[in-house]
Design a binder for this molecule. Structure first.
Ligand code: FAS
Ligand code: PHB
Length: 396
């Protein structure tokens, strides 16, 4: 924002984006006494209406606990010690707790965002919502700036650093010269049709389904609110999927017990999300640093997207705190440190996606390989441990 005289305001870190990455970073910096302003293009309400992730790694939970933002999470979150794999008639439980000593917590990204927004406002920190024409400039100098319009006036923020937490379609990564960046991408030839419904979840634990008709996922947000996904063609349109058609197709993909236990009801949200793997390297350009979906995307099969944003900002906050204490080595190491964990999560998310989705281009041989991998997973403690330690989240 600028003063009434149009002079730029000054802050230490300007954060672009008020999703999980931006809000978590803002809270971590605020706790360390570092001033940060968040500039968000959407309204608070719009950001809170987006239905996205549902599973938190223990590392993400521990960060929220350190910030004192985990009270509702502990009251309403569902601790899960295992996940289920379902294929045809059979089901295999992966004992996350027994194999790794760790678990995951089912607690919607919407609720994490709400808790962080409330904590930010309670701490008196500034978030500018509905900022228009946001741009970033001079990040190759010591005086980077974030500019935007709001209420018909031009605003200018001078800062020491810009944190690009503005997601895959944001302005920050796109402001970096393509010649300074290497990107890696795989776009999957299918999407996820997701439904949210106020119905009792089909199971107490998540069920990841391999079926010849396509992947399905049975998840939840609470004991009375379910979240379901089915793999669909990218040509599909939500309008072509009335509730009854969705429930019938989901039921076709479930094993006998889940077929019996499925409770259907009116959808309260329905959307189709494309799936891609994407990484931009490096994640630092002078005084502009990327975090979260602004730097990488994973297919949601491994429940890593939100959790990678959390580990990115854990590293970034440590680097910025060290900088303001006079040491800049951590800032120089931020990108390589974050990318090391990002690529392991990219691999795991790709592996889960290739294991469980119908891949028409891979033909009958590809399907036999998937079935062999699932059979090996069911019969090997070592294979289950490898899956479990990635699912609960590798160490920071
Ligand atoms: P976000 O995209 O959440 O936040 C970026 C913020 O920046 C947004 O509020 C946006 O409005 C703002 N912004 C964008 N451009 C801007 C600009 N120019 N100026 C100012 N602000 C700007 N992950 C899972 O783990 N499980 C899932 O099931 C799952 N489902 C998903 C479904 C969809 C449709 C999508 C898109 C993602 C899904 N994800 C899922 C991944 C998702 O949870 C992300 O990983 C997570 O939101 C990452 O958080 P951020 O990096 O903060 O990015
Ligand atoms: C969800 O509940 O939205 C969810 C859970 C696990 C995933 C993806 C999405 O892997």
């Amino acid at each position: 924002m600028s003063t009434a005289l149009g002079k730029p305001v000054r802050t230490q870190v300007a954060i672009v984006g008020s999703g999980p990455a931006g809000l978590l970073l803002g809270q971590l910096l605020h706790k360390a006494g570092i001033d940060a302003i968040i500039v968000e293009q959407r309204s608070r309400e719009y950001v809170l209406e987006r239905i996205r992730a549902g599973v938190l790694e223990q590392g993400t939970v521990e960060t929220l606990e350190r910030l004192g933002v985990a009270k509702r999470l502990h009251a309403e979150g569902l601790v899960h010690d295992g996940v289920q794999l379902s294929f045809g008639e059979g089901r295999q439980r992966i004992d996350l707790k027994g194999l790794t000593g760790r678990n995951v917590v089912v607690y919607g990204q919407t609720e994490v965002t709400r808790d962080l927004m409330d904590a930010r406002e309670a701490g008196g920190a500034t978030t500018v919502y509905e900022a228009e024409d946001v741009s970033v400039a001079d990040f190759d100098s010591n005086q980077p700036r974030v500019r935007y319009h709001k209420d018909g006036a031009a605003h200018d923020i001078q800062c020491d650093f810009i944190a690009g937490c503005d997601g895959f379609h944001g302005v920050c990564r796109q402001s970096i010269p393509a010649s300074s960046m290497q990107t890696y991408e795989r776009v999957y030839p299918f999407g996820w049709l997701g439904v949210l419904s106020d119905t009792k979840p089909v199971s107490e634990e998540l069920i990841y389904v391999w079926h010849e008709r396509g992947f399905a996922l049975c998840s939840m947000r609470s004991p009375t609110r379910s979240r379901y996904y089915i793999q669909c063609s990218l040509a599909e349109r939500v309008e072509e999927w009335p509730d009854q058609r969705f429930w019938e197709e989901l039921r076709r993909r479930l094993d006998p017990q889940a077929k019996r236990d499925l409770v259907t009801g009116p959808s309260i949200e329905k959307s189709i999300a494309p799936l891609r793997s994407f990484v931009a390297e490096p994640m630092r350009f002078g005084r502009l640093l990327l975090a979260g979906d602004a730097a990488h995307i994973v297919p949601p099969t491994g429940a890593k997207g939100l959790n990678l944003a959390a580990s990115d900002v854990h590293y970034l906050s440590e680097a910025l705190i060290a900088y303001y204490r006079g040491a800049s080595e951590e800032l120089n190491a931020y990108s390589s440190r974050a990318l090391s964990r990002i690529w392991k999560a990219e691999r795991f998310s790709w592996w889960m996606t290739m294991l469980l989705h119908r891949l028409p281009d891979d033909g009958p041989f590809g399907q036999k390989i998937q079935q062999a991998e699932i059979a090996y997973l069911c019969g090997s403690r070592a294979a289950q441990t490898a899956m479990a330690e990635n699912y609960v989240g590798l160490p920071y």
